[in-house]
Ligand binder design. Structure first.
Ligand code: ADE
Length: 256
């Protein structure tokens, strides 16, 4: 997958050379290209922002600079793709979820345009929407100082889904929010050796070697944790079996 990121802080993306992302890049699974937005600003100060029309606080990123940057990145397409999907992080965007991560992982080419200040002049998104798929997305209901951290989050969520990035041991089909048996369930607690640490024991069932019972226990713990921490997710859990319903009824008679 090819990923281009245009930003006034390309150095912000150094973590993409570490760990799984770094390995995926070395192996050629991920082709990440970072670009300095200011390279497309032509005045002596390489200005990328200006005051907002209509007044108000902060600055808005200039359309000409972004337009030249996006045109020039689009002018070097990879051999297997014609246009990138343009992703603009903003707190006023549609929510980025595991479903969206799966969609992006199926794309050959993503172009991220993280903004600083009050955002990018809206005409940029309107202009490219006539030529590219443009998504304005939010990673959560809080406001970051800029879109860069949101890009790091999204690239990691997408890249770990690409074939060959995770080992088989970490199958993505068991992910909490992915379609599958764990969809809309939070994962329960996990343990490793030693069996007793500071007087705290690992739940006995996990030492029993009884795979069926362990799977049931894990599912019960996932249901419990979801009920306690994210009860609003429970209504969206699909295909509850009898044992699931019993576990829920034990937690809360109204759920049985
Ligand atoms: N930029 C600032 N806050 C953001 C958020 N929550 N999601 C995506 N981009 C952002």
């Amino acid at each position: 997958m090819r990923i281009d990121v245009v930003s006034i802080f390309p150095e912000y993306f150094a973590p993409l050379s570490v760990s799984l992302m770094g390995k995926a890049r070395e192996r050629g699974i991920l082709d990440i290209r970072l670009h300095q937005l200011r390279d497309w600003a032509h005045d002596v100060h390489h200005t990328v922002d200006d005051t907002p029309y209509g007044g108000g606080p902060g600055m808005v990123m200039k359309p000409e600079v972004w337009g030249e940057a996006i045109d020039s990145v689009c002018a070097e397409p990879p051999p297997d793709a014609i246009t990138p999907r343009l992703v603009v992080p903003t707190p006023s965007g549609r929510r980025f979820t595991q479903q969206v991560a799966l969609e992006y992982a199926a794309e050959p080419w993503l172009l991220f345009a993280p903004a600083r200040y009050e955002g990018i002049d809206s005409r940029v998104m309107a202009e490219y929407a006539s030529r590219l798929r443009v998504d304005e997305v939010s990673i959560g209901d809080y406001v970051l100082a800029g879109g860069e951290a949101a890009v790091l989050v999204m690239v990691e969520a997408v890249a770990r889904l690409l074939p060959g990035v995770l080992g088989n041991a970490n199958s993505v089909t068991d992910d909490s929010f992915a379609p599958g048996p764990m969809q809309n369930l939070l994962e329960g607690p996990v343990y490793t050796k030693p069996p007793v640490w500071r007087g705290r024991e690992v739940p006995e069932i996990l030492l029993s070697g009884h795979h069926g019972k362990i799977a049931r226990w894990r599912r019960d713990e996932a249901l419990r944790r979801t009920y306690e921490r994210r009860p609003e997710l429970l209504t969206a859990v699909q295909d509850l079996d009898k044992a699931d319903r019993r576990a829920l009824a034990d937690l809360d008679p109204d759920l049985g």
